[in-house]
Write a protein that binds this ligand. Structure first.
Ligand SMILES: C[S@@+](CC[C@H](N)C(=O)[O-])C[C@H]1O[C@@H](n2cnc3c(N)ncnc32)[C@H](O)[C@@H]1O
Length: 555
């Protein structure tokens, strides 16, 4: 009989703790312990084993350790089957049955174009959605993954153009960083921990149509692990008065709520904002059901007692035209764009204004999921003053950066796809030049300012990019040879075994080969770590060294 069985036996004497079918009401037990229920304490005292474990003798008085008992009741090994089953149902355990909020797993997500999957699609189609490859690393596989990284290729953009070879980071610089956001944002910790006023996240949603679900293993718990890793760093970066907004839809909003409650604490849950996203027309109305028409934005504070919230109103001149009201201003509800006062339309609706990147830049630059500047402006103005930093992990087309520039805030934005970085840079150049779409007029924006672009210095990430671009089996074989010769390979891989099984490898499809090559790479060595900056092996240029050192300060 294990100790857990003994506890269960003791509890069996109390009918309050069991359903009619004999299932244990774990919460009822926990609550009874916390309020020092006499009957429960007596039962635990009467059994020798539980007495020894949960009671301490102080001068002849037995003192009950309710916290220790609560811990046992909450423990996963206590009734693991039913509990694990339950947690699995709500998606908050990973494949090994560990709590996502407590596990050390790291979900990486790479851009990944699979030529077989994409074969037959036109160039335009390929732009429609991006393919991601994800891999979850167990805690014992992660060592230097989240160390601060070396930056490379810093360029400063102003309305006059781009200045290459920047070697100094200015304390007021805006930053657009190319690279995997988990690693990029972890690199911000030495400099910005506890200092960021506002974080906005607009992650890929893990929908059936979203390419995020491409990899079979990318199920809900992997998506949650992916988010947990990023939210944990986000929390560390937030200042005590800071706020975080995470934009979701019905696929993940409720799972993300449970996860965020665990990470930030329920007391920091501030609002669930419902954003009505569009007019009803076309295919959208065809559903024989209530028509889906909103996003959910979860808003949490770092510390509910110190949260800074700047109350803004909708001024009369901005009421929707149909409003017939004597009111001079209107407070903003947690349901956005759904009253006659509130005009906060989605990008699809305001596209005529020229804010969509395909209108602003080039018709081929369409990006699904672009948000409107007005949405970000509302969030920015509720939590920051001019000069404060706004951080966005999932840059996309650079909406947060554009809104921050136009409202005179500073920004740090990460994005890993070449194409989205390219679009963001071209869009932001126009913003510096004073383009007048989006929120420009409302903020009297006429251009100016600057931003810095830089990348995480790549190591194995160069191979990730090459695998992504490869189109033939021949290219992949050559890449594998190169990786085995000069790349950093995972400790799990034995090159001899690969050679012995060459025939099986050849029999794989191109997509499978790509996946295999990705798995061979040691993910701890995707980018150059700051601690290796002076190591000759990594050939960091003098310019990159100077820029990186000026960013981090003393190293
Ligand atoms: C929904 S879009 C964001 C759209 C953005 N809010 C806008 O208004 O354009 C999500 C973005 O996250 C990027 N992304 C996804 N996973 C990432 C990762 N691990 N690191 C960096 N960027 C990532 C995608 O490439 C995509 O551009």
């Amino acid at each position: 009989m294990t100790f857990f069985d003994t506890v269960l036996e003791v509890l069996k004497g109390d009918e309050r703790f069991f359903t009619e079918d004999g299932a244990l009401l774990r919460n009822a037990v926990y609550e009874a312990a916390m309020r020092m229920d006499a009957r429960l304490i007596k039962a635990l005292y009467e059994n020798g084993q539980t007495r020894e474990r949960f009671f301490t003798d102080v001068d002849g008085i037995a003192v009950f350790d309710k916290v220790g008992f609560g811990w046992v009741i909450e423990n996963r090994q206590f009734l693991p089957d039913s509990y694990t089953r339950f947690r699995n149902k709500i998606g908050l355990v990973n494949s090994r049955g560990d709590y996502i909020a407590a596990s050390g797993d790291v979900a990486l997500v790479f851009p990944y174009k699979d030529c077989v999957l994409e074969g037959g699609q036109t160039k335009e189609d390929q732009k429609r959605s991006e393919i991601f490859y994800n891999e979850t690393l167990a805690p014992d596989e992660v060592d230097r993954l989240l160390y601060p990284k070396v930056f490379t290729g810093a360029k400063r953009y102003t309305k006059e153009g781009a200045q290459e070879g920047v070697t100094e980071f200015g304390e007021d610089d805006n930053l657009l960083i190319k690279g995997n956001n988990l690693l990029a944002v972890s690199s911000l910790l030495p400099k910005y921990e506890g200092k960021i006023k506002l974080i906005y996240m607009d992650p890929p949603y893990d929908t059936g149509t979203d390419s995020f679900s491409y990899n079979d293993s990318f199920d809900r718990s992997t998506w949650l692990t992916f988010m947990k890793n990023r939210l944990t760093v986000a929390k560390r970066l937030l200042s005590p008065e800071g706020a975080i907004y995470v934009q979701l839809d019905y696929h993940q909003a409720h799972y993300a709520k449970v996860l965020m409650d665990e990470i930030f604490g329920e007391e920091n849950f501030q609002r669930e904002i419902i954003w009505r996203i569009g007019w009803l027309s076309g295919y959208k109305t065809a559903d024989n059901n209530w028509i889906r028409n909103h996003d959910t934005i979860l808003f949490y504070s770092k510390d509910s007692k110190r949260l800074k919230f700047i109350k803004n109103y909708i001024p009369k001149e901005e009421f929707k035209s149909i409003a017939a009201s004597g009111a001079q201003r209107y407070p903003i509800e947690d349901v956005w764009n759904a009253s006659e006062y509130d005009d906060l339309n989605s990008i699809a609706i305001v596209s005529y204004s020229g804010e969509t990147v395909s209108k602003m830049l080039d018709p081929g630059d369409e990006v699904k999921g672009q948000k409107s500047e007005k949405l970000i402006e509302r969030i920015i103005k509720a939590h920051t003053e001019e000069g404060d930093v706004v951080l966005d992990f999932f840059g996309g087309t650079g909406t947060t950066a554009a809104a921050a520039l136009k409202t005179k805030r500073r920004f740090i934005v990460c994005e890993q796809l070449d194409r989205h970085i390219d679009i963001s840079v071209r869009r932001l150049q126009k913003v510096l030049e004073g383009e007048q779409s989006g929120i420009s007029r409302r903020n009297n924006w006429h251009g100016g300012g600057s931003f810095l672009y830089c990348e995480l210095a790549r190591l194995n990430q160069s191979y990730v990019d090459a695998i992504e671009k490869a189109e033939t089996d021949g290219e992949l074989s050559a890449l594998l040879r190169e990786i085995l010769k000069s790349g950093f390979i995972s400790y799990r891989v034995d090159p001899k075994k690969i050679a012995e099984n060459a025939e099986d490898l050849n029999a794989l499809s191109t997509a499978e080969k790509k996946r295999f090559l990705m798995e061979v790479l040691d993910k701890n060595q995707l980018y150059v770590n700051l601690c290796d900056i002076d190591d000759e092996t990594f050939r960091v240029s003098d310019g990159d060294k100077a820029f990186t050192k000026s960013f981090y300060g003393e190293v």
